[in-house]
Write a protein that binds this ligand. Structure first.
Ligand SMILES: NC(=O)c1ccc[n+]([C@@H]2O[C@H](COP(=O)([O-])OP(=O)(O)OC[C@H]3O[C@@H](n4cnc5c(N)ncnc54)[C@H](OP(=O)(O)O)[C@@H]3O)[C@@H](O)[C@H]2O)c1
Length: 276
């Protein structure tokens, strides 16, 4: 059962780009919110009008109207656009509002400096959220059960939601799950290319790659109480074919290469945070 307050709340989006569109689609189609509970503003008018046409939500010309009318305000513009937008809006927020920032790289400390009044939440979705299979991290500035429950309910249709304790956890989730989706695609591309080199069509290679990744993931997901290492041992016989490949992966230090890539991504995230 969703939190009763959600039935009465108005939820406003500032910014109507890709992420906002995906979230609105999920909220309307899952019937979590009625279209009249959703308000949208954007820098230029085209995207809100399209959303109105698709989902009968409400549009507003100015960001100030969203802040004035909504109980929950979702900041869905790019991180580099956020500070300027907040400079003109900051004083309009009140302490009862919940403000959810989607901006990667804008820390809770910076958000608090920009808009000190409301209850603040950082949300990190990843792109599989578009098909309800996301991993989403939620970090609130204060321990507040109502805020956490409402935020979890609001995004429940998008995937698994993890309540985070620290900014460090938030960054780790961003790198492993959001950037991580891109890292997995990179590996899938290597798989696909190798298969094509052995006489399969690109379509067949794509299907074989996808099914191998999905199959392994679902097997792991459905093997309660069995860890991934154990599952790997079950497909590996001593001195067999899989073992030869795995030994080579270990000799080539694939783990080290991946860890370095994760760390490089983390450094870039810190750099962006400093710039914004
Ligand atoms: N896309 C993802 O997979 C993903 C994943 C995790 C987190 N995020 C986060 O989600 C946020 C949005 O990303 P996105 O991919 O949806 O970006 P996007 O498609 O570029 O959308 C951003 C929207 O914000 C609008 N905007 C910019 N400044 C504004 C202002 N001052 N007032 C009102 N609207 C304004 C833009 O308007 P115009 O139409 O005029 O350009 C645009 O429609 C970012 O902070 C990003 O870090 C995205």
């Amino acid at each position: 059962m969703t939190h009763p307050l959600l039935k009465t709340y108005k939820v406003g989006f500032i910014g109507a780009g890709h992420m906002a569109q995906a979230l609105i689609k999920g909220m309307v189609e899952s019937k979590l919110l009625r279209p009249d509970q959703i308000l949208v503003s954007n820098r230029t008018p085209g995207k809100p009008l399209k959303l109105k046409e698709l989902y009968q939500i409400q549009t507003r010309e100015h960001n100030e109207q969203i802040v004035e009318e909504c109980d929950i305000v979702i900041l869905a513009m790019k991180p580099q656009d956020l500070p300027q937008a907040m400079a003109n809006l900051a004083s309009a927020f009140n302490e009862n509002q919940i403000v959810i920032s989607l901006a990667a790289g804008i820390t809770m400390r910076s958000l608090q400096k920009m808009i000190p009044q409301p209850r603040l939440v950082r949300l990190m979705p990843n792109t599989p959220s578009l098909i309800g299979r996301g991993v989403l991290g939620v970090l609130a500035n204060k321990k507040d059960e109502v805020v956490t429950e409402i935020t979890k309910d609001l995004f429940s249709g998008l995937g698994v939601i993890l309540e985070l304790e620290t900014e460090d956890q938030f960054d780790a989730l961003m790198i492993s799950c959001s950037s991580g989706t891109g890292f997995v695609f990179e590996m899938m591309m290597y798989w696909q290319d190798w298969i094509i080199e052995h006489g399969f069509t690109p379509e067949q290679a794509k299907m074989m790659t996808i099914e191998t990744f999905v199959g392994a993931s679902l097997l792991a997901a459905q093997s309660a109480g069995v860890d991934i290492e154990e599952l790997q041992q079950r497909v590996t016989s001593k001195k067999g074919v899989t073992a030869a490949g795995l030994n080579s992966m270990r000799e080539l230090e694939i783990e080290r290469a991946l860890r370095i890539s994760f760390e490089k991504a983390a450094l870039r995230s810190q750099e962006i945070a400093r710039q914004t």
